[in-house]
Design a protein around this ligand. Sequence first.
Ligand code: DGT
Ligand code: CA
Ligand code: CA
Ligand code: ZN
Length: 584
Amino acid sequence: MSTNHELARIFTQIADILDITGANAFRVNAHRKVARTLEELGEDVGAIARTRPDALGEIEGFGKATVEKIHEYLRSGTVAERDELLGQVPPGLPALLQVPGLGPKRVRTLWKDGGVDSVETLKAKLADGSLGGLSGMGEKTLKGIAESLAFLEQSRGRVRLGEAMPVALAFMEHLRGVPGVRRIDVAGSLRRGRETIGDIDLVASAADPAALHAAMRAAPGVAKVLVSGETKTSVRTDFGMQVDLRTVDDAQFGAAILYFTGSKEHNVRLRERAQRKGLRLNEYGLFPDDPAEKAAPQERGVAPVAARTEEDVYAALDLWWVPPELREDHGELERRPPADLVTVAAIKAELHCHTTASDGTLSIAGMVEEALRRGFHTIAITDHSRGQAQANGLSIERLREHAAAVRDVARTYADRIAVLAGSEVDILADGTLDYPDDVLAELDWVVASPHSALRAAPEAATERLLAAIRHPLVHVIGHPTGRIVNAREGLSPDIALLAREAAARKVALEVNANTMRLDLRDSHVRVAVDAGCLVSINTDAHGAGDFDQLPYGVATARRGWLGRDLCVNAWDREALLRWVRSKR
Ligand code: DGT
Ligand code: CA
Ligand code: CA
Ligand code: ZN
């Protein structure tokens, strides 16, 4: 589909420059519409042009000139009109359209009257005040543009899953209070559980959509309303996140949330599949396709085959409902995803947590109480080992005392929850562990984690982690790469090799659920699952609130297709403890 994508980019460029140079709106919009259609076309235009040249002209919105441009691109790799138009404006100018608040009209004014030709000159001229007095650009507008620029720079990075989710939940709670709301849900990358989020997407149906958009504009924490119309409102929060709300007919909610959940790649596959069945899928529904008709089916009053729920749409395509986390075009339409995909409710054990003995905030009993409150049948207490001086890691002597204290607590709670005396022992740079074997052998449970030397070369990292996996007393490798989302690269070991070795030795690899870590990451989990390796999802709790991070770890594990059978935290108490004891 890269041809479609590239052509779409060209048509968008043409539209942008026509817009800036003041061409008529009809012409501009026609090009924008072609770009959108190209993005959403289920079939490669190059293939259509080769096999059915006449079919190009049948596509909705594709006039003779459009078809000619497509042929020109397929022939020469470019479109002369685009190249000519680019020559008419300074090369840095089109990028200004990416700045929130800057439409083509303002860009034209800035360029023609203000001498702005790029983001850089805009920034400089905003700073030295030389843009004052431009028509339609009051002080307030200029201040808004400066803010947008600053935001754009600071937000190139994406926001962590665990930062975006609470924002989305707060918006949803606010919107659910609006009378007449029917359905409302998260869509986009957030619903798919990606580790970072570009913007938050919400989809809702309501008896009175206007009231919902008004409530969105007035929601707590909204710093700026970017756009607000009958079906879409976009706002920016005071923490710089963009939140999009789309309202749709309740009868079309399923098709809409399917569309806005994405991923784009998953949607492309679905549309291709629809097309092969003589159907047409868009955000309004799945419709019978009529190639002779140019207007979209929903505009012709055609009744959809399916639209009300996602399940209806997938079923009409002879597909299973695909959990959102798996919608990445990673084989989820070719092979049925595991029916027993791990869920938050299935997790019944926390096997990596810290108490006041090292750097946690709760006592042993406090931690155990919290695990009970979460409905868990097992908790392992794993404070830091002696090398972690800054985290108050335990000397051998303190470890022994601590293990004895854990066992006292364990006896008190024995009929309600299994409490394991464990350690999170450092994997040192050379692959050895931070306590001698005879000390580790005294413990019920061992998490081995890398905390230092996280810039090691991939080969060294692989050897180091392999050594820990081969250690007979280790149950799980904690946060195996040591990466920090958006902040630290961490180790890059050969995960497939680690997973094979771990599978052979029945050692688990951890998915650390902390939103800063999500380590293993989704793609690594998939490799582990394919190798038949055990996986352990833990919050690495240092206090009661950290247990709330579990959903992020579960989402990451689901994105890696992890079923309950390989997830030790989802096993029943007997099965889990049998495996725990098998290492002693
Ligand atoms: P993000 O926000 O960068 O983390 O990623 P997404 O996946 O949330 O992307 P976003 O917010 O741009 O759009 C949400 C979903 O809506 C996306 O996954 C697919 C769908 N979508 C939005 N715009 C388009 C489009 O122009 N073409 C297609 N095919 N799908 C789109
Ligand atoms: Ca998004
Ligand atoms: Ca969005
Ligand atoms: Zn750790």
